[in-house]
Design a protein around this ligand. Structure first.
Ligand code: PFF
Length: 446
C-alpha cells in the first residue's frame, strides 16, 4: 500500500539516480583513492571489488527489499515487518550513525567548496582570501561545512520529487562525463603509467595485513551507503513496479565504476605530480595518504597545467560538490523520514531541526579536528556500518518470513522466483556475507 503523503519517485530513472547519487560521492572520489594509496594500491582495489559484490550487493538488495516492503524508515521498517521488533534498536543505531557520517562528511565536502572557490578568488586577484579558504583551519572548515549543511537541508526539506529526484537526475550524468574527460587527460601525462601499474598490478606480499581487510570492507559499506538506512529509505519511495534486483546491480556497478575511475584519475595523477617534482612518498616510503591526499596532489597537478589547469580545477571541484551533495541528501533523509513517518513531523520542520542538530555535531568535530575526525570516520564506516550490515543479514536471512521476502522481490520481476539468482542470493545473505563481515570485524579486534 502506498502512502502518498510520504512522497514517491516519479520514475525509475529518478530512483536509480537518487540511489546511485547516494552511493557515488566523496567515498568514491576522496575515500577510495585515499584508501588505495594508504593500502598499497592494486591489492586493496581487488579486495574492495570482491567485497563490494560478495557482501555489498547482497546487503543492498536486502535493504531495497525491506525498505520497499515496509515503505518506511529503518525504525518503522523493523516495527512493521513480523519478527522485527527486536531489531528496532538497530534501526535507531542506523539513524544516529548516518547523522555522524553526515557530520564528518560535510567537513570534507566543505573543503571541496573551498577548493572550488579558491581559483576563482585567485583570478579575481583576491590572493589573501584565496589562501584563507583553503587553509583548512577551524574557521574555514566551519564556514564551508555550514554552507554545505545549508544546501543539504534546503534540498531535503523540498521533498522526494522536487528535491532529491530533481537534483540527482540533473547532476549525476554530468559527473560521469567530467570524470571520464579528466581520466583521459591525466593518462596522457608523464609518469602516469607508473601510477597505473601501482593501481592495477597487485603485490600481495607487501600489503597482506589485517588493516587491509577492515579498510576494504569499510570502504565497500561506505561507498554503497549500506547499513545506516539510506538505501532502505530511498527504496521505500519507489514503486512496486520496479525490478529491484536489476536496480541493485545498476547501483553497485555504477558505484564501483566511479570509484575505479576516480582511482584511475588520482593514483596516476599522484605519479604525474611526482614526475613534475611534487613529493608523493612519506618518510616510510609509502604513498602519502590521509584526508588531505586529493587536496595535496590535485591542486599541484592542476598548477602544472597553466591556464587549462585553472579551468580543470574549477570543474573538478564542482564535480566533487555535486557528488557530495547527492550523498548528503540521502543521509539527512534517513532521520528526517523517521521524524515524518513515526513522529508525524512536517518534512520542513524535521529537515531543519535534525539538520541543525547534526550541524552542531559537525561543528564539534571541526573544532577538534585532530582529535575527532579520523576517529569518527573509522568508528562509523569501518565498524558500525559493517556491524549494522551484519544485523541486516541476520534479519533478512534468518528472521524474516521467507515467503514475504520472495513475494517482495518478485514485485516488478515475477520471473525471479524460479531463477538461479534466487538460489544464490539467499545463500549469500544467510551465510557468505554475514560470515565474512564477522571474520573481518573479529580479526580487527583480535
Ligand atoms: N556512499 C557515499 C559516498 O561514497 O560518498 C557516502 C554515504 C552516503 C555513506 C550515504 C552512507 C550513507 F548513508
Amino acid at each position: 500500500m502506498s502512502d502518498s503523503s510520504r512522497g514517491e519517485f516519479s520514475s525509475s530513472f529518478g530512483f536509480i539516480m537518487a540511489a546511485a547519487g547516494s552511493a557515488i560521492g566523496l567515498g568514491n572520489i576522496w575515500g577510495f583513492p585515499t584508501q588505495t594509496a594508504q593500502n598499497g594500491g592494486a591489492a586493496f582495489v581487488l579486495l574492495y571489488l570482491i567485497l563490494a559484490f560478495v557482501v555489498g550487493y547482497p546487503i543492498l538488495l536486502a535493504e531495497f527489499t525491506i525498505g520497499r516492503h515496509a515503505q518506511s524508515n529503518p525504525v518503522g521498517t523493523y516495527q512493521k515487518i513480523k519478527g522485527g521488533k527486536r531489531f528496532v534498536p538497530v534501526g535507531f543505531l542506523g539513524i544516529t550513525t548516518v547523522g555522524f557520517i553526515l557530520s564528518f562528511y560535510s567537513i570534507i565536502a566543505g573543503t571541496m567548496v573551498a577548493y572550488f572557490i579558491n581559483p576563482i578568488l585567485k583570478l579575481m586577484g583576491l590572493h589573501q582570501a584565496s589562501a584563507w579558504v583553503i587553509s583548512q583551519g577551524a574557521s574555514s572548515n566551519i564556514l564551508f561545512a555550514s554552507i554545505f549543511f545549508f544546501f543539504t537541508i534546503l534540498i531535503v526539506a523540498a521533498g522526494v520529487k522536487n528535491g532529491i529526484e530533481k537534483w540527482s537526475t540533473r547532476l549525476m550524468p554530468t559527473l560521469l562525463v567530467i570524470l571520464v574527460v579528466l581520466v583521459v587527460y591525466v593518462l596522457t601525462l608523464d609518469g602516469a603509467m607508473e601510477g597505473l601499474k601501482v593501481y592495477l598490478l597487485p603485490d600481495f606480499t607487501k600489503v597482506m595485513h589485517t588493516q587491509l581487510f577492515t579498510s576494504a570492507l569499510g570502504q565497500a559499506f561506505f561507498s554503497l551507503s549500506l547499513g545506516v538506512g539510506s538505501m532502505l529509505v530511498l527504496a521505500s519511495y519507489t514503486s512496486k513496479k520496479e525490478n529491484i534486483v536489476r536496480l541493485g546491480w545498476l547501483v553497485t556497478l555504477s558505484d564501483v565504476s566511479i570509484a575505479f575511475l576516480a582511482g584511475l584519475l588520482i593514483i596516476p595523477a599522484m605519479y604525474a605530480a611526482a614526475a613534475s617534482g611534487t613529493q608523493i612518498f612519506d618518510e616510510t616510503g609509502s604513498l602519502i595518504s590521509g584526508p588531505n591526499l586529493v587536496f595535496q596532489v590535485l591542486p599541484a597537478l592542476f598548477d602544472t597545467m597553466g591556464p587549462i589547469g585553472i579551468g580543470l580545477s574549477i570543474i573538478f571541484f564542482f564535480l566533487m560538490i555535486i557528488a557530495a551533495l547527492t550523498s548528503t541528501i540521502s543521509m539527512l533523509e534517513v532521520p528526517v523520514a523517521y521524524a515524518v513517518d513515526n513522529r508525524g513531523m512536517s518534512r520542513e520542520k524535521a529537515s531543519i531541526i535534525i539538520g541543525v542538530v547534526f550541524w552542531a555535531v559537525s561543528m564539534i568535530i571541526a573544532l577538534n579536528f585532530d582529535l575527532l575526525f579520523n576517529f569518527v570516520v573509522s568508528a562509523t564506516t569501518q565498524f558500525i556500518q559493517p556491524l549494522l550490515g551484519l544485523f541486516i543479514c541476520i534479519f533478512v536471512g534468518w528472521v524474516m518470513n521467507r515467503n514475504t521476502l520472495i513475494e517482495e522481490i518478485k514485485q516488478g520481476n515475477p520471473e525471479v522466483a524460479n531463477s538461479l539468482f534466487m538460489k544464490i542470493w539467499p545463500f549469500f545473505i544467510r551465510y557468505i556475507s554475514p560470515i565474512l563481515i564477522f571474520i573481518i570485524l573479529a580479526q580487527a579486534f583480535l
